[in-house]
Design a protein around this ligand. Structure first.
Ligand SMILES: Nc1ncnc2c1ncn2[C@@H]1O[C@H](COP(=O)(O)OP(=O)(O)OP(=O)(O)O)[C@@H](O)[C@H]1O
Ligand SMILES: [Mg+2]
Length: 250
């Protein structure tokens, strides 16, 4: 067996798949004096590191449980001109995680609340912050189940441990006071510890009705808003893009 074949086998044993894929190119470069051995090895190791980083990114994104994968690059800011693009893009720096700052996207349907929350979540997941996306009603169902099974404390601790938690669609369905209290407990536990991103279609003045108890709603809002950035997106639904004519008065 030639040393070249043995080298390939070594790459397989060491799980250096990018070395295996790119080695021929670099052997030719070195043989033709287009690169030194040091340059070639440096480029080869860089490719392997990039490949591994990409693999970690993909795994982090999968475990974050996003319903769809959309980034800031996919968001057409010209469609929502009132939204401060620079302020939104600054979330890429993840300062909100260091500052334990909550983010609320409030607004009408199809304005990209979930899209933007996911875009931020993808950035945090790619930077290896444990990130999790969950629909508000699903979260409450899970907490209710845990309470029935006497495992509520553990479940609350679990959801508190995420560096970034995205709670989508707060207020889409009303929640009774007993269930609202479960959400309140989670928000209290995450308060000043880890940031939470919320999307909602209801303004804060309606949270008392949504949560069936204005005292709980106020206590929740107090903690959410103490350190927070709130974005109101009131504009046309992107889902209706190109269909605006159908809604014009005769
Ligand atoms: N400005 C935009 N640029 C590009 N795509 C957008 C924009 N706004 C929304 N979208 C797309 O439109 C669809 C609906 O957006 P999204 O689900 O984020 O809306 P939403 O505000 O969460 O709506 P809802 O209140 O109904 O949950 C998604 O596919 C999203 O990627
Ligand atoms: Mg949404």
């Amino acid at each position: 067996m030639s040393n070249y074949i043995k080298l390939m086998n070594n790459f397989d044993s060491l799980k250096l798949s990018t070395f295996r894929t790119n080695i021929d190119y670099f052997i030719d470069e070195v043989n033709n004096d287009k690169a030194t051995l040091v340059d070639a090895l440096y480029d080869l190791t860089n490719k392997e590191l990039e490949f591994r980083q990409e693999r970690v990114n993909r795994a982090m994104i999968v475990t974050s449980h996003f319903p769809f994968v959309k980034t800031f690059d996919d968001y057409d800011f010209s469609y929502q001109p009132k939204l401060n693009k620079d302020e939104i893009l600054d979330f890429k720096n993840l300062r909100f995680i260091q500052n334990n700052e909550n983010i609320v996207f409030m607004g009408t349907p199809g304005t990209g609340k979930t899209h933007l929350a996911i875009s931020i979540g993808i950035e945090s997941a790619k930077n290896r912050y444990q990130t999790y996306f969950i629909n508000c009603n699903e979260l409450i169902l899970q907490l209710k189940k845990a309470k029935l099974e006497n495992t509520l404390a553990r479940r609350l601790k679990h959801f508190t441990s995420y560096s970034v938690l995205i709670i989508d669609e707060v207020g889409f369905l009303p929640i009774n006071a007993e269930d609202s209290d479960l959400l309140f407990q989670l928000i209290s536990m995450r308060y000043e510890k880890h940031p939470t991103i919320f999307t909602t279609n209801k303004s804060f003045s309606h949270w008392g009705e949504i949560f069936g108890d204005s005292v709980i709603a106020n206590a929740m809002l107090d903690r959410i808003l103490h350190h927070s950035k709130v974005f109101q997106i009131i504009g046309p639904s992107y889902r209706m893009k190109g269909k605006e004519e159908l809604f014009k008065e005769e």
